[in-house]
Ligand binder design. Structure first.
Ligand code: ADP
Length: 545
C-alpha cells in the first residue's frame, strides 16, 4: 500500500520533513508506518477509514517541541491535526479531517500542574486523562469533585475544548474552563485573561481579563494548540442523592421535560440531568438479539417487553442532588412533589456521603459523582458482530414543545431508514442536547450508506426547524457548518477571516468544524470533501471526488 501523503507532498518530501521532525523530537516520537496503524484511523468510519488517514503521528513533550513542530510545518506547508489523547472515538478518534495530515498528539504532556482546594480549580496539561485526574485528586486527599464523560480514558482538556458533557454538577465541561495557555500557529505563546499579567494570580478564578475574552476562541477551533487549561472543580459536598425516575408511558415525555425545567432553571437540580428512552437503557446492559431477531427497527411490543422485563420506563431520568444534608433532603421533597404528579412515575434514590469511594457507590451512580469509568463502551456490544456508531446531537431549548418536535422528527426518520431510535438527552440549565445514536455494522456497506443518508437528512431537517448540531464527526463537519447560514454564512466567514489572520499558511487542523484556510491546496486534492463554497470569502472547499 502506498504511503499516505499530505496534499502536495511526494513520498520523498514527506520523508525529508519527517526526518526534520525526528531531529527535533527524537526518533521515538515520530511514528510514520508504511501503512496507517488502526489506532490512528477513524474507528467507526462511515465508509473507507483510509479517507481520513494521517501520514504520521508526532508526540511533542513540551511547549518548545510544539513550537519546533510548528516552525517545520510552516516552512513546508504541512497540515497538522491536534489531539490531546485522541480518544474522541465517536467523532473520528485520532484521524484528521485532511488525509495525510500529521497528527500532533499531546499525551506526553500529562502533568497536573496545580490543584487549588480553597478556590476549587486545577491547572492541567492536555495529556491528563479523566482517570489520571481522579487518581491525582484521591491520592492527594483533595476534597474536590470533577466531572467525567462516558469514557474516562480521554483527555480532560480535549473533552472540555470540544464542549463535552458529564453528569456531575460541573458537567458542562466547557463552562468550567478558566484561563488557557496556547501555542499559536506562528509559535507565539499566549496566556488568556488574567494569565497574561506577570505571574497571573487571578488566571484561574476570573474568566474575563482586559479586552476581549479569548478562551472561547480556542474551543472546537483550529486557531492554536492548547498547552495548559485552568478548570474549575466542585468542593466536595456533604452528601448527595442519586435519583432515578422511570416513566410508564411514551407519552410522559413532554410532562417529564416540563416538570424538569423549573427545577433546573430554579437550580433545585444543579447537575446535568440525563434522560434516556428504553432502547438506550437496554443498550447499556443487553444485546439487541434478546429483543428481536428481525433486523428492522424494534417494534412497540418489543420495547414494551424491554420495559417490563428490565423494570425500566419508556423514559428514564437520572440526576443528582448535592449539598448539606438538610438542603439535599429539602430539594428531594421538591422533586418528589413535582414528579409525583405524573401518574406512573416511580422515583428511587440512594443517598451517599460526599467522600464516598468508587467501591462504595453503585456503578450507575458513579457518573453523578464525577467518578470516571468506561461504562458507555457497553453500547458497542448491542449488535452481533461489530458495532459502529455516529451520534446526531442537536441543541434545543429545555422545553417540551421543542423536545417533542425533535423526538418525533428523529424517531420517524430513524424508523424510515431502518434504524432503532435510541435517545439520550443531556438536560442543562436551559438547554437540551438530544443525542440519537445510530448504531450500524461498519463492515456492511449497505447499512453504512443508510446510516450516512439518515444523518444527512437529520442535519438538514433539524436545521430547517432551527436546531443545530453542537459537535460532529469528521465526515459531517462541512455539512453541519453549512447549516449555520445566517446572513449568507457570516459566522463561517468570520471564523475563516480569523483563521487566515492567525494561521496564514493554513497548517493547523484545516477543515475542523468546517473552517478552511485560504492557503493550502485543500480544494484540489482527491480528498472526498463535501462540496461547499463560501462565495463572498472567495474560497472553495469543494472537491470533485
Ligand atoms: P479525547 O482524548 O478527550 O477524546 P481528543 O484528544 O481526541 O479528545 O481531542 C478532541 C478534539 O479536541 C481534537 O480532535 C481537537 O480538535 C481538539 N483538541 C484536543 N486537544 C487540543 C489541544 N490541546 N489544543 C487544541 N485543540 C485540541
Amino acid at each position: 500500500m502506498p504511503h499516505v501523503l499530505p496534499p502536495g507532498f511526494s513520498e520523498a518530501s514527506l520523508r525529508s520533513v519527517l526526518a526534520e521532525l525526528a531531529l527535533e523530537l527524537g526518533d521515538g516520537w515520530v511514528d510514520a508506518p508504511d501503512e496507517p496503524s488502526p489506532d490512528h484511523l477513524d474507528p467507526f468510519a462511515l465508509g473507507d477509514p483510509l479517507r481520513f488517514a494521517p501520514s504520521a503521528v508526532v508526540r511533542p513533550g513540551s511547549v518548545e517541541e510544539i513550537q519546533a513542530v510548528l516552525r517545520i510545518a510552516n516552512a513546508h506547508r504541512l497540515p497538522l491535526w491536534t489531539v490531546s489523547r485522541g480518544r474522541n472515538l465517536g467523532y473520528g478518534g485520532t484521524a484528521p479531517r485532511v488525509r495525510g495530515s500529521v497528527v500532533v498528539e499531546l499525551s506526553r504532556m500529562n502533568r497536573v500542574l496545580e490543584v487549588n482546594e480553597d478556590l476549587g480549580y486545577a491547572l492541567l496539561e492536555p495529556g491528563v486523562s479523566f482517570f489520571d485526574l481522579y487518581e491525582h485528586l484521591r491520592a492527594n486527599g483533595h476534597r474536590l469533585w470533577m466531572s467525567a464523560p462516558g469514557l474516562g480514558w480521554g483527555s480532560v482538556v480535549g473533552n472540555a475544548l470540544e464542549r463535552g458533557f458529564g453528569q456531575a454538577p460541573y458537567g458542562e465541561h466547557s463552562a468550567a474552563i478558566c484561563g488557557l495557555e496556547v501555542v499559536m500557529a506562528d509559535g507565539d505563546l499566549v496566556r488568556t485573561g488574567m494569565g497574561s499579567i506577570g505571574d497571573g494570580r487571578a488566571w484561574h478564578v476570573y474568566k474575563g481579563g482586559y479586552g476581549p475574552s479569548l478562551d472561547g476562541l480556542f474551543l472546537q477551533s483550529n486557531y492554536g494548540i492548547v498547552t495548559k487549561m485552568g478548570l474549575w472543580l466542585m468542593p466536595e459536598p456533604e452528601c448527595f442523592r442519586a435519583c432515578e425516575i422511570t416513566f410508564a408511558r411514551d407519552e410522559d415525555f413532554v410532562p417529564m421535560i416540563e416538570t424538569l425545567r423549573p427545577l433546573k432553571v430554579g437550580e433545585t437540580i444543579t447537575g446535568s440531568a440525563r434522560a434516556a428512552n428504553a432502547v438506550r437503557v437496554a443498550q447499556g446492559t443487553t444485546q439487541r438479539s434478546r429483543w428481536s431477531a428481525d433486523p428492522g427497527p424494534l417494534t412497540r411490543p418489543a420495547i414494551q417487553e424491554m420495559v417490563d422485563e428490565l423494570g425500566i420506563g419508556w423514559w428514564n431520568l437520572r440526576f443528582g442532588l448535592f449539598g448539606p444534608e438538610a438542603v439535599v433532603e429539602a430539594r428531594y421533597r421538591m422533586v418528589q412533589d413535582a414528579f409525583g404528579r405524573i401518574p406512573g412515575a416511580q422515583i428511587t434514590s440512594r443517598r451517599y456521603a460526599g467522600d464516598v469511594t468508587e467501591a462504595e457507590i453503585e456503578p450507575v451512580d458513579r457518573p453523578q459523582a464525577g467518578i470516571p469509568s468506561m461504562m458507555s463502551y457497553a453500547i458497542l456490544d448491542w449488535l452481533d458482530g461489530e458495532t459502529g456508531h455516529v451520534g446526531f446531537s442537536p441543541l434545543s431549548p429545555l422545553r417540551g414543545e421543542d423536545a417533542v418536535h425533535q423526538v418525533q422528527m428523529v424517531r420517524s426518520r430513524a424508523l424510515e431508514h431502518g434504524f432503532d431510535y435510541s435517545a439520550g438527552l443531556t438536560c442543562g440549565t436551559r438547554f437540551l442536547n438530544h443525542i440519537f445514536m445510530i448504531l450500524f455494522d461498519p463492515t456492511d456497506a449497505e447499512a453504512t450508506g443508510r446510516a450516512r443518508r439518515l444523518f444527512e437528512v437529520l442535519v438538514r431537517e433539524g436545521a430547517a426547524s432551527g436546531y443545530g448540531e453542537y459537535r460532529t464527526h469528521l465526515e459531517f463537519m462541512d455539512l453541519v457548518a453549512e447549516q449555520y447560514d445566517f446572513h449568507g454564512g457570516s459566522q463561517r466567514r468570520l471564523n475563516e477571516t480569523i483563521k487566515d489572520a492567525l494561521d496564514p499558511n493554513g497548517i493547523l487542523s484545516p477543515g475542523k468544524q468546517g473552517i478552511w484556510p485560504r492557503s493550502g491546496d485543500y480544494a484540489t486534492t482527491s480528498m472526498p470533501m463535501r462540496s461547499s463554497s463560501v462565495a463572498s470569502s472567495g474560497r472553495s472547499t469543494s472537491s470533485t471526488a
